[in-house]
Design a binder for this molecule. Structure first.
Ligand SMILES: Cc1cc2nc3c(=O)[nH]c(=O)nc-3n(C[C@H](O)[C@H](O)[C@H](O)COP(=O)(O)OP(=O)(O)OC[C@H]3O[C@@H](n4cnc5c(N)ncnc54)[C@H](O)[C@@H]3O)c2cc1C
Length: 378
C-alpha cells in the first residue's frame, strides 16, 4: 500500500470539492482531491447553471451575495471563461399567497442590499417577450442573479488546484477513513493508496452520508431525483431564469452563448433515492409546461434529457462545518443550489479548515444545528 501525505484530502470532484480545494490550495494547503469517477459526474454535471441570491434564509442570502461577487471575478481568477452572465431570475406569482410570500422575501433580501423588486405582470412581459401573462399577478425580479457553465467553473477550479501544487485523482474511490481517538488519521482508496492527513473534507454530495459513516457519523441527508432537458439552440429570446412555483410549474433559462434552453421541474410527489433514470413522463410533461409559459417555444425541438440527485437536508439548507470527528469536515446537502453556493462555500469552508474561522459565520449551516424553519424559495 503506497502511503502519502496531504494537509487536506477532499472526497468528491463536484463543484463543492473543486471550489474548496482551490481556495485551500491558494491558502497554502497541500490538497489531494479524490474523485471516484470523473469530475462533474455527480450532480454538478447535471445541473442547469442557475445562480441567484433570492432566498429567504439570511445565511443563504449572504453566502449567495458573496458567491455572485466571486462568479463575477472567476474569469480572471481562473484564467478561463466560465460563461458568467447576469441575466436575472424572475419568480412568477400566479396567486395572491405567492405574491405575498415574494413580497415578504423581498423585504429580507433588500435588507442585505439586494437589488430585487416585485414587478407588474406587464413589466414581466417586457423582460420576457412572448410570456403568457394569463393569470399572472407579477414577479420577484432580481437582475443581478445569473448563470454560468458548471463544467467550465468546476474544471477551472480543478486546474487551479493543480497549478497551485495540489493533486486531483480521478477514478479513485475513497473506501475508508481511519480515525484514532475520534481524530482523522488517514484516507484509504480503491487504488490501494493511504493518504495521511489531519483534515478530510467530505464533499461527496448525494453519497456524503456513506463517507460520514466510514468515520462512524450519521448525517441527515436524503437524495431525491430531479430531471432536466435541453433544447436545440435558437436565437436569443430572453435573459432571466423563469421560475414558476405552481405545483405543475417549471423553471428554465436560455444559456448565454449557445442559445440552448435548459430546464427542470420538481416532481410531485418527490422521487426519493439515487435513481438517475430519465422518464417518459418528464419528457412529455416538461415541454408542455415550458410552452404554457412561453407559447413560441412550441417551435423549438428538445435534444435530450437526463436526471440527477438533489441532496436534501431536513430544512433545505446545506450542512457545512466540523463533525464530531476532529479533522473531518462536511460540505454537503446542497439541495438544488450547490452550483451557485459553490464559490462562496468553497472559500468559506477553506477559511474554516485553514484558519479555524470563516469570514461569514456558517453556524446556521452547522451539522449539529436544530433543523428548524425550511427554506421557502427552494
Ligand atoms: C437537474 C438538476 C438541476 C440543477 N440545477 C441547479 C442550478 O440551476 N443551480 C444550482 O446551483 N444547482 C443546481 N442543481 C444542484 C447542483 O447540481 C448540486 O447541488 C451540486 O452540483 C452539488 O455539488 P456537490 O459537489 O456537492 O456534489 P456532486 O456534484 O454530486 O459531487 C460529488 C462527487 O463525489 C463523488 N464521490 C461520491 N462518493 C465518492 C467516494 N467514495 N470516493 C470518491 N468520490 C466520491 C461523486 O462521484 C461526485 O462526483 C441541480 C441539480 C440537478 C440534478
Amino acid at each position: 500500500m503506497a502511503s502519502r501525505t496531504a494537509d487536506t484530502v477532499i472526497v468528491g470532484g463536484g463543484i463543492i470539492g473543486a471550489a474548496t480545494g482551490y481556495y485551500l490550495a491558494k491558502s497554502g494547503h497541500k490538497v489531494v482531491l479524490l474523485e471516484r469517477s470523473f469530475p462533474c459526474s455527480g450532480a454538478t454535471g447535471r445541473c442547469i447553471g442557475g445562480i441567484r441570491a433570492q432566498f429567504t434564509h439570511d445565511l443563504s442570502i449572504r453566502v449567495m451575495i458573496e458567491s455572485i461577487r466571486l462568479f463575477s471575478e472567476l474569469n480572471d481568477e481562473l484564467g478561463e471563461t466560465v460563461h458568467w452572465h447576469q441575466g436575472g431570475y424572475l419568480f412568477l406569482a400566479f396567486d395572491e399567497p405567492r405574491k405575498q410570500a415574494f413580497l415578504e422575501a423581498i423585504k429580507v433580501q433588500r435588507n442585505y442590499g439586494l437589488d430585487v423588486e416585485f414587478i407588474s405582470s406587464a413589466e414581466c412581459g417586457q423582460i420576457v417577450p412572448g410570456l403568457n401573462r394569463e393569470g399572472l399577478l407579477g414577479g420577484a425580479y432580481c437582475p443581478t442573479d445569473g448563470q454560468a457553465d458548471p463544467f467550465h467553473v468546476t474544471y477551472g477550479y480543478l486546474a487551479g488546484i493543480k497549478r497551485l501544487g495540489g493533486e486531483v485523482r480521478v477514478d479513485t474511490e475513497v473506501t475508508g477513513i481511519n480515525t484514532r481517538d475520534s481524530k482523522v488519521v488517514s484516507v484509504l482508496t480503491s487504488k490501494g493508496d493511504e493518504f495521511f492527513c489531519p483534515n478530510v473534507l467530505n464533499a461527496a454530495g448525494a453519497w456524503s452520508d456513506e463517507i460520514c459513516r466510514m468515520a462512524g457519523i450519521e448525517v441527515p441527508i436524503a437524495p431525491d431525483r430531479h430531471e432536466s432537458l435541453v433544447t436545440e439552440a435558437v436565437e436569443r429570446l430572453f435573459d432571466p431564469m423563469l421560475v414558476d412555483y405552481r405545483s405543475d410549474g417549471c423553471y428554465f433559462v436560455q444559456h448565454i452563448g449557445t442559445g440552448h434552453f435548459v430546464g427542470c421541474y420538481t416532481p410531485v410527489p418527490l422521487v426519493p433515492g439515487r435513481n438517475m433514470d430519465a422518464t417518459d413522463e418528464f419528457i412529455t410533461e416538461m415541454p408542455r409546461r415550458m410552452v404554457r409559459l412561453v407559447p413560441k417555444l412550441g417551435q423549438v425541438k428538445v435534444l435530450r434529457q437526463w436526471a440527477g440527485s438533489y441532496c436534501m437536508t431536513p430544512d433545505g439548507s446545506p450542512i457545512c462545518g466540523r463533525t464530531p470527528v476532529e479533522g473531518l469536515y462536511i460540505s454537503s446537502g446542497m439541495s438544488g443550489h450547490g452550483f451557485m453556493f459553490g464559490p462562496a462555500l468553497g472559500k468559506l469552508m477553506a477559511e474554516l479548515i485553514a484558519c479555524g474561522k470563516p469570514s461569514i459565520p456558517l453556524d446556521q449551516f452547522a451539522p449539529d444545528r436544530e433543523f428548524g424553519k425550511a427554506e421557502a424559495m427552494k
